[in-house]
Design a protein around this ligand. Structure first.
Ligand code: SAM
Length: 459
């Protein structure tokens, strides 16, 4: 990629605004846009993929690391197993912000309102106190599948997904302790990584984004419980989408602006309202965030109404059979859809999930455990990915090449003395999916949509 070319084609209105914002620093900013973007990953603390101690740390996240070069992530089985998330470093700062603002480790109800593809949701899932519930919502239907895949890979059974317009949550006013609005924006902070963001930028688009952000924020504010936290973030620099919206939240929506203390050496710039990451000040892209406390607001008063729509209990013997497939079965509930698919979730979230199911027309999506077919139970891929899967389920460690062939949904052979029946395919100790060893052949149960499409042999 020719970064100089990208730099020289910056829109002139954007340059003028940034010159006004940065003054003498503008030259450094422009120079930074002409350099290669850093590559960073955030490890999944629940999966402990590998020892990253030789890598350079992202200073503001305990699991964040820079990679010396960009590998082909598609060809890394550890990536497919949810061992890490490829995330731009600046946005990882939300971990520090949340740790400062919400230090008491009590279970929280969290909504990530604009969640796809799931970078912040996976960060929240790893940060949130035990017993919390995270609902990751994405209004654009085509973006829901990648969000669900990423959260399934991450494997935390306390995370759920939905697809509603922000106003669709109106019956949940005051329900959430923390709402994140990582808003759709003009994307100025991504210019270095994404030339399309440059092509789509215009002063009119900035105005349009700001108006949309206010609509989203207006709905989000009401969802925050009294005393709860609203976190607003964008990957842009302009004041219209950032500071002006933050000021509007304080002046028109009665929120209290919250400050955080960040070490000066991190290079994050404090603005009138909020904080800004610039690529010339730190190793990351442009990112803005601001945090607020709900000072007024109404507490949630909803009641559970109906039984989770159209779901039924399992038979006793089915529940008993499932106990072998999961860790700690007594901590989980199981429900069955009319098509026989078994869904599961943590018992401790039952009440909250019922409230969500009552308040939202389609409820939320629960994780699939599998399906009973006659006497056999066909486990779902999401169970293989989940930290709830039985740790002692028979597994076969595959080398990288065989692991990639499994992930390409090719047939693989196993040593003749391998146990028959359902097996977890594993690479470097991380589950890749299910196989069924029939003796004369091995069936690969990786979902078709998850398979690697690129040629694994040519790279
Ligand atoms: N939080 C995500 C992450 O960290 O991976 C990135 C979110 S992206 C900046 C903004 C998201 O808002 C997009 O997925 C987009 O589809 C969604 N969105 C677009 N229009 C929206 C609207 N009117 N209301 C709510 N979300 C919207």
């Amino acid at each position: 990629m020719n970064f100089k070319l990208i730099n020289s084609s910056l829109p002139s209105d954007f340059e003028t605004t940034m010159q006004a914002q940065l003054g003498a620093d503008f030259i450094l900013f422009e120079k930074a846009l002409g350099t290669e973007p850093p590559v960073s990953i955030r490890l999944n603390p629940e999966k402990r993929a590998f020892d990253a101690s030789a890598l350079m740390k992202v200073p503001w996240h305990p699991e964040g690391y820079f990679l010396p070069a960009r590998p082909v992530f598609t060809l890394d089985p550890v990536f497919h197993a949810g061992g890490y998330y490829v995330q731009e470093a600046s946005s990882m700062i939300l971990h520090e912000v949340l740790s400062q603002l919400i230090p008491a480790p009590r279970p929280l109800r969290i909504l990530d309102l604009c969640a796809a593809p799931g970078g912040k949701s996976t960060l929240l899932a790893s940060w949130m106190p035990p017993g919390s519930l995270l609902l990751a919502n994405e209004v654009i239907r085509s973006r829901v599948s990648p969000l669900q895949e990423n959260l399934e890979r991450w494997g935390n059974p306390h995370t759920f997904t939905s697809s509603y317009d922000p106003e669709g949550f109106a019956k949940l006013n005051g329900f959430f302790d923390l709402v994140l609005v990582d808003a759709p924006c003009s994307g100025e902070g991504l210019f270095r990584k994404d030339p399309d963001a440059i092509r789509e930028w215009s002063p009119e688009h900035v105005q349009l984004c700001a108006a949309r952000q206010r609509r989203i924020l207006a709905a989000a504010v009401k969802l925050v419980a009294p005393g709860g936290t609203l976190l607003y973030s964008t990957c842009t620099y302009n004041e219209v989408e950032n500071d002006q919206n933050a000021a509007w939240l304080v002046e028109q929506q009665n929120l209290e602006y919250l400050e955080v203390k960040l070490p000066a050496e991190w290079g994050v710039v404090s603005r009138d309202s909020g904080y800004q990451c610039y690529p010339h000040r730190l190793r990351g892209e442009g990112f803005y965030f601001a945090a607020f406390r709900q000072t007024r607001g109404l507490p949630f008063r909803g009641k559970t109404g109906r039984y989770m729509s159209k779901l039924s209990d399992l038979k006793k013997r089915e529940e008993a059979a499932l106990a072998d497939w999961v860790q700690n079965a007594e901590a989980l509930f199981f429900l069955q859809r009319p098509d026989g698919t078994v869904l599961f979730g943590p018992n401790e979230l039952w009440n909250d999930l019922m409230l969500l199911d009552t308040a939202l027309p389609q409820g939320v999506w629960l994780r699939e455990a599998g399906q009973f077919k006659g006497k056999d139970f066909i486990p779902a891929h999401s169970l293989a990915m989940s930290t709830s899967v039985a740790a002692d389920w028979p597994a076969v460690e595959l080398d990288r090449e065989t692991g990639l062939r499994f992930l390409k949904k090719e047939n693989i052979e196993l040593p003749a003395d391998t146990a028959k029946g359902w097996l977890l395919a594993r690479h470097e100790g991380l589950n890749q999916g299910w196989m069924k060893n029939l003796g004369n052949r091995v069936n690969n149960y990786l979902p078709k949509d998850w398979r690697i499409r690129m040629d694994i042999r040519e790279v």
